[in-house]
Design a binder for this molecule. Sequence first.
Ligand SMILES: Cc1ncc(COP(=O)(O)O)c(C=O)c1O
Length: 402
Amino acid sequence: MNAQEVIDLEQSHVLGVYGRAPFVLARGAGSTLYDTEGRAYLDCVAGIAVNALGYNDAGVAQTMGEALASGMLHVSNLYHTAPHARLAALLCETSFADKVHFCNSGAEANEGAFKFARRYGRAYGGDDKVEILAFTNAFHGRTMGALAATPRPKYQEPFTPLMPGVRFAEFNKVESARAQMDATVCAIIVEPIQGEGGIHVATPDFLAGLRALADEYDALLIYDEVQCGVGRTGTLWAHQGYCTGEEGRLFEPDILTAAKPLAAGLPIGAILMRQRVADTIHKGDHGSTFAGGPLVTSVAHHVVSRVAQPAFLAEVEAKGKLLHDLLEEINSPHIVALRGKGLLVGVELDIEAADVVARGYAEGLILVNAGPTVLRLAPPLVITEAEIHEVVARLARTLHAL
Ligand SMILES: Cc1ncc(COP(=O)(O)O)c(C=O)c1O
């Protein structure tokens, strides 16, 4: 089949909820994707912050090979397996968490976090302590609970009624959050760096303020690190970038949700939590058929072990700074602002980001937007400095052409 035949076949049979690029991808290596016509693209999307180790990583392939050799792609959660236990232990060792629960995606991780928060709220505050506070511009996923905490009319309105019991405050405004707090709130959910909402970085005062509010009202602080977690910002968990010195604990959550890059592209989600949350959850409260299987947890263990290495994280930080500095040097009247941290960068434009994405393909650049006028750069964490120079040169040419 040639590219057009693949596109036609897909359009005939696949539900049309995605706007897809006008080519067919065939293979990847490092930070480069190749289409069926042999054209190469430098990938600044990484499966939307998924392919942290790029394409065709030798360690991932070896880990998968070893896991497959056991013959157990899957066993039910009714049975113990070593990879599952080892990954949970590693996630606890590298975070604030005491316990982990696995699921299959980011939205599912947030659904689980909401269930656990309501269980906690009822246990300590009674039957009314079930409300969730979320923020303007947030994105927590497309399932009914996660969508209820994602305040975008275009995503929500066709599907109402959503999960009740969600209220909103303004992102980065502690006083706005305070105005929404009362004894019925069981959890505050926030992205330390808002991804889909346009790459907005939470201020230290905002996160510390939310921690204080959560403590004051005995509510749980949930960080949604589905997009910004697992090394993307130069620390293993994005909030750890705020945790410097004695005051580190001021920024720690009670629950953290992770997904996208955890297993190098295999579907996984994880809900990390403190013991006092875990203490309120009982056998049978929650579960999943697929979650935490031996293959996916083996690969995730490889990813987390590698990304958590201080040298790897220092490189992400340095490469993020290089990307930011080079973007600042682009002399384009279309760039209005630069935001982000590490290798999660938002370029606010005065034109439609979709036009830049479309034009970028001709320059051999795979880009994605985050809202109508923000271009999002989230390349594989293993992108090289030379590739970053090339990305920015191609982006400059793309912008000049518009
Ligand atoms: C911050 C955040 N939370 C949750 C999700 C939902 O994750 P998934 O698409 O795996 O359900 C996303 C996806 O983009 C996200 O960026």
